[in-house]
Design a protein around this ligand. Structure first.
Ligand SMILES: CC(=O)SCCNC(=O)CCNC(=O)[C@H](O)C(C)(C)COP(=O)(O)OP(=O)(O)OC[C@H]1O[C@@H](n2cnc3c(N)ncnc32)[C@H](O)[C@@H]1OP(=O)(O)O
Length: 410
């Protein structure tokens, strides 16, 4: 019987280079380009990120990012987890578990961000660590024959097309205006902004280069779409699929103008995009069935410190509710909290009062961006109502309009 090597020791990473061997193995082992690694290094935070090592060699990795994410109530600091990878021969022996727990306990002990978030390669992994599914994307595929949109008020917009490098300022200006509109959105510094337009051959496949459409209103940029064309042949005739990476607009007319321009790309058979579940385009299509939206998990959110996290976000209604929280992995959360919310936000304090709702930290994570229905969780048997009416009242307070969305994979 083979003896398992010594358990890896977890410590802070010195640089992105520490992670590279295991990241390469974990993501296909095909050798990413130097540009890919330079971009990953540009956002990497060595002091916060972890590696698991034996004999000086990296066996596991976990990047931790200092994000500024829009929450219900405004922008807040959130810890982002990414590049959780473990070398194949060390898998299923608790290395990832040890790294995730180290991150959660360090955040708590240091009083850093009370909320952690991640997007994941496989949706079934992180619920066991108290991450709840907090935002979803609707994948739409709009066929050319269904491209007719309803009329939108607001006037005409000019749409210009070019490479993203020609439109850097416009992209930054529009994104900065739109980032506060939806929970889940991330503010960008120069390094994160550069990643938004990164056009790596590694990820291109059969697609062409990244392109950019900019909508203008009165000579000012009012929206943009980043997209590429993937070629296919149909009956010996060239056909393209327009694949949209990002689309933001400051006003309805600019959004509609961008969608029209995308749906009008010559020789395109369809437009494909991951969009917010309440994207305006779903209301604009005259034939909404044609878009056939398919839901996909996006952000998984973990309340590291339930009280601080619930005090940090905004609420849509006033409530006074006692939550009985189960959280064996973060035992400091495992107690009753009284949450009182109002227009100024929430106050969340430990209490000995009788509980109104019983739920786990995972369910609180799912609720945190305002995109998950507490009524749905209660009907699924995941939240228990101990005082009649508490579910409905809390559901209204926790919900947020518009729905959360995060187009960035970190
Ligand atoms: C946020 C992100 O970075 S998402 C990226 C995730 N990484 C990848 O997809 C890269 C390829 N995969 C890997 O490197 C590894 O398989 C990892 C990182 C997913 C898991 O690492 P491991 O060290 O094997 O996980 P570990 O042994 O700690 O497992 C902890 C638990 O997660 C479960 N688990 C591990 N991988 C998976 C999976 N792919 N799907 C579902 N459950 C999983 C284990 O069964 C275990 O469950 P338990 O709590 O019931 O015992």
């Amino acid at each position: 019987m083979t003896e398992f090597p010594a358990a890896p020791e977890i410590s802070a990473a010195d640089s992105w280079e520490d992670l590279v061997p295991v990241v390469e193995l974990a993501y296909g082992g095909y050798g990413h380009s130097a540009e890919y690694h330079a971009s990953a290094a540009s956002i990497f935070e060595p002091k916060r990120s972890l590696v698991a090592r034996t004999g000086g060699r990296t066996r596991g990795t976990c990047a931790v990012y200092s994000l500024e994410m829009t929450l219900p109530g405004g922008p807040r600091a959130v810890a982002g987890l990414g590049y959780l990878t473990v070398a194949p021969e060390y898998r299923r022996r608790g290395v990832m578990r040890a790294m995730v727990l180290r991150v959660l306990h360090t955040l708590h002990d240091s009083g850093a961000e009370p909320v952690a978030a991640l997007n994941t390669t496989e949706a079934g992994i992180y619920g066991r660590f108290g991450f709840g599914l907090a935002s979803q994307a609707a994948k739409v595929r709009i066929p050319r024959h269904a491209r007719e949109l309803r009329a939108t008020a607001g006037g005409e917009r000019t749409v210009r097309i070019g490479g993203p490098e020609e439109h850097t300022a416009a992209i930054a200006a529009v994104h900065a205006r739109c980032v506060g509109e939806r929970p889940g959105m991330l503010r960008r510094d120069a390094a994160w902004a550069a990643r938004a337009v990164l056009d790596l051959p590694d990820h291109r496949g059969a697609s062409g280069r990244l392109l950019c459409m900019v909508a203008e209103a009165d000579g000012e940029p009012s929206g943009y779409a980043l997209y590429r064309l993937t070629s296919a042949w149909e009956d010996s005739v060239p056909r393209y699929e327009v694949s949209v990476r990002e689309l933001f607009a400051r006003d309805p007319a600019s959004g509609a103008a961008l969608w029209r321009a995308l749906l009008d790309v010559d020789l395109a058979g369809s437009v494909v995009a991951d969009r917010p579940v309440d994207d305006p385009v779903l209301a604009l299509l005259t034939d909404p069935r044609s878009a056939a939206p398919v839901l996909r998990d996006q952000l998984h959110v973990r309340l590291v410190d339930v009280d601080r996290a619930l005090e940090q976000r905004g609420y849509a209604a006033e409530i006074d509710v006692v939550l009985d929280v189960t959280d064996p992995l973060c035992p400091w959360n495992e107690r009753r909290f009284r949450l009182r919310t109002g227009p100024e936000g929430g106050e969340c304090r430990p209490t000995t009062a009788a509980a109104d709702l019983e739920l786990t930290a995972r369910e609180l994570g799912a609720l945190h961006l305002g995109g998950t229905s507490l009524v749905q969780l209660a009907r699924a048997g995941l939240v228990r109502e101990l005082r009649p009416g508490a579910v409905r009242a809390a559901a209204t307070a926790f919900r947020h309009d518009p729905a959360p969305f995060c187009p960035v994979v970190f």
